[in-house]
Design a protein around this ligand. Sequence first.
Ligand code: SF4
Length: 170
Amino acid sequence: MQKILVSRCLLGDRVRYDGGAHGPYDLLQQWLHEGRVIALCPEVAGGLPTPRPPAEIAGGQGAQVLDGRLPVLTVEGNDVTAAFLDGAERALALVQAHGIRLALLKARSPSCGNLENYDGSFSGVRVAGEGVTAALLRRAGVKVFNEQQLDEAQHALQVLEREMGTPGAV
Ligand code: SF4
């Protein structure tokens, strides 16, 4: 069975920077029931507390953080790059340990966002970009979806299970 890496905050775990959570989402509950969810909050796994100050990447490009070209800064200007990189590495380790090819991560997070991110001005401005963990997983060949792409994620799972010849795939 294909396992899927899922952002913990999408499973109702109160690990968001502000102590909040998201969901429930029917599809994620189904995946949990099927035993295919590997849950992770990269920021908490990287050692950050909850709640914690919001953090953003200037220009919103997590790949540049991976390449050492940009830091992740909190709204107070503290450099939390090391924790973000550590969380991303932990996500990659889980992906490798479980043979994961798909991830369902929270949109617009400086760790988890897959298509958009905030621009580093802490003013709510969105740019095309991705979080640090999402960027590392994408580089490793993992298809990353967000909670607004549940249908696409389920379709990708079905295609993958068909390709792998997993019994029970639709
Ligand atoms: S978006 Fe990612 S890093 Fe942020 S709380 Fe959710 S799981 Fe943790």
